[in-house]
Write a protein that binds this ligand. Sequence first.
Ligand SMILES: NC(=O)c1ccc[n+]([C@@H]2O[C@H](COP(=O)([O-])OP(=O)(O)OC[C@H]3O[C@@H](n4cnc5c(N)ncnc54)[C@H](OP(=O)(O)O)[C@@H]3O)[C@@H](O)[C@H]2O)c1
Length: 216
Amino acid sequence: MENENSKIGIIGAGHIGGNAARLFVKAGRRVVISNSRGPETLDELVGELGDNASAGTVEAARDFGDIVFVSIPLFAYKELPTDGWEGKIVVDSNNYYPERDGQIAELDEGTTTSSEMLGQHLRGARIVKAFNTIWFEHLRSQGDTDLPLEDRRVIFMAGDDSEAKEAVARLIEDIGFAAGDTGFLHDGGLMQQPGTPLYNKDLKGSDARKAIAAGA
Ligand SMILES: NC(=O)c1ccc[n+]([C@@H]2O[C@H](COP(=O)([O-])OP(=O)(O)OC[C@H]3O[C@@H](n4cnc5c(N)ncnc54)[C@H](OP(=O)(O)O)[C@@H]3O)[C@@H](O)[C@H]2O)c1
């Protein structure tokens, strides 16, 4: 049944965005997916995804989504439009890899986080940092909706808007994972960065809760 968060806009159609699209469609959500090169380059993917998916521009994906899933190399985030995000729930899967993204002084100094930078750019968006610690092959293959939540791999999320986190938690559960809340966007986001104890770890149930409580 269609609910208020059933429409997902996706920005970035690569390893994470493409596989997330497959999982969201399988879970009964509708998606509009976009990349940097334009919708015409996504024919093959949307053909595979079927009737509940179409390709669009970045702006079309933003406008379509009750939830907008942003999954691009961090260096490109300033290419995204700054307007049109008011009230949108935005999932930020982007990670900071200096060797790919270049050195970003504020991140190196620890005065802010990549998700807060994205939030400042996408004015009015309700940012939830999530899907950052799971490798795309595991995202593609490890979800299992038949398992009870306690036995599912946890996908971590952080954010300052509890209603937005609830919506993202439902999305995570609909694709066969369990949601693990690491807290507010700044501190909870720091726990999900490359190299942290949560990063690329297959954690479930009480192990995931213990890792969060330990401040990972
Ligand atoms: N790979 C993983 O396992 C993994 C896991 C967790 C988090 N992450 C993080 O998630 C993000 C995406 O990773 P990925 O591996 O999916 O990357 P990827 O395979 O390289 O795909 C990147 C996608 O972003 C699109 N893109 C780039 N610049 C854009 C722009 N200005 N506007 C719209 N779309 C743009 C690209 O479109 P074009 O091809 O048309 O340029 C491409 O579809 C990264 O920040 C990464 O660090 C990755």
